[in-house]
Design a protein around this ligand. Structure first.
Ligand SMILES: Nc1ncnc2c1ncn2[C@@H]1O[C@H](COP(=O)(O)OP(=O)(O)O)[C@@H](O)[C@H]1O
Ligand SMILES: [Mg+2]
Length: 351
């Protein structure tokens, strides 16, 4: 008798627990669904979509694009960084875009944000990632870029992903020249001139032919427009920042030249400037390479994967990198000069 009573109590209580768990899970799922639904509705009512005119965007309506943006979810994420999360957005299975989601700042900052973005929409260069438009709603800002199928130099070079392509010297050289041309264009040919402020390998993206495309230009400036951050926020990335920047907190073209020098060293040594081993030893990639190159032992720091490459070309590239990395900003070349010197490396050999 007692046994069956215990059994009945056991069955009843477990059924109640199961039911409660089911209700709880359904509630959670419902809440999540409502939240998504709300984001979608808010976006449709209070959002603003701006698409810059270009052949790629001509066939698309902003409404359908906006709906796709609001449907982006975690499974579409392709990367995340200092400024936000990047998603891949497919249209008709044939067209791909990279959409970067940024958190919102103050309304003052918003106006600056939109003004700057419209200015950036005018920039077209084969070594700069095209910005196709933006979308802004009460919660977030989204930047719509062209999608770069080979990802960022950082991932290809340091191979975190499945993309284990070994970059040979001609490809690395092509990337260096392309990136230099892109930055030089921002410095010299854009009006007003643009200082990138965050040149690093993860901001150098690679198109289907492994051509370099500079991305996130102007983003560092946009993100520091918030007054409350001016004194404390160091725009840029440690390991790439010019030494004088820590004293002045002033962005200059020569600061970009320094950061480009670091990227060039990264291409030559295959080492990450932010590598923990450098941090542990208290030395930076730059100081390490400088000391070795001074002793004319470039081969000691050269990426092993490049050992059979033309020594002259490699040594010239090291020399250009070190010029970019001069401690005195005035002694560094301009980006236009860097482009010329890099181009000479090949032409000298052809002659
Ligand atoms: N236009 C793009 N096409 C393809 N991948 C991109 C694009 N933009 C960004 N990514 C990927 O998303 C990652 C995160 O980008 P981002 O938010 O700019 O952070 P970070 O530059 O600090 O890595 C990049 O490293 C890159 O791999
Ligand atoms: Mg970036």
């Amino acid at each position: 008798m007692e046994k069956s009573l215990l059994l009945a109590i056991y069955i009843t209580s477990s059924s109640i627990a199961l039911l409660a768990a089911k209700i709880f899970i359904s509630l959670l799922l419902y809440k999540r669904w409502r939240r998504k639904q709300r984001v979608y509705e808010d976006g449709l009512s209070g959002g603003k979509m701006v698409m810059f005119r270009s052949p790629a965007m001509q066939s698309l309506t902003s409404n359908s694009f906006m709906k796709k943006i609001l449907k982006l979810s975690n499974k579409d994420i392709i990367g995340s960084g200092g400024y936000g999360t990047v998603y891949k957005l497919m249209i008709n299975d044939s067209m791909a875009f990279a959409v970067k989601r940024l958190n919102k700042g103050s309304s003052e900052r918003e106006r600056g944000f939109e003004r700057e973005l419209v200015a950036m929409g005018d920039i077209k260069h084969r070594n700069i990632v095209t910005l196709h438009g933006y979308y802004t709603d009460p919660r977030d800002n989204y930047l719509i870029y062209e999608f770069m199928p080979n990802g960022s130099l950082d991932v290809v070079l340091h191979g975190r992903s499945t993309n284990k392509t070994i970059l040979d010297w001609p490809t690395r050289y092509k990337i260096a020249v392309g990136a230099a041309r892109g930055i030089s264009y921002l410095h010299d040919d854009c009006i007003p001139h643009i200082i990138h402020r965050d040149i690093k390998s993860s901001n150098i993206l690679l198109d289907q032919n492994m051509n370099a495309r500079v991305s996130d230009f102007g983003l560092a400036t946009l993100m520091t427009a918030d007054e409350t951050h001016v004194s404390t926020f160091v725009a840029g990335t440690f390991g790439y920042l010019a030494p004088e920047y820590f004293d002045t907190l002033k962005a200059t073209t020569k600061g970009d030249v320094y950061s480009f020098g670091v990227v060039l060293l990264e291409l030559l040594t295959g080492k990450k400037p932010t590598d923990e081993t450098f941090v542990e030893e208290g030395t930076k990639l730059v100081t390490w390479v400088k000391s070795v190159v001074k002793e004319k032992r470039e081969e000691y720091v050269l990426d092993r994967r490049l050992e059979d490459c033309p020594v002259d070309e490699i040594n010239s590239a090291f020399a250009i990198a070190l010029m970019c990395l001069e401690l005195e900003p005035a002694k560094r070349p301009t980006m236009a000069e860097v482009v010329k010197m890099l181009e000479q490396i090949k032409s000298e050999n052809i002659v």
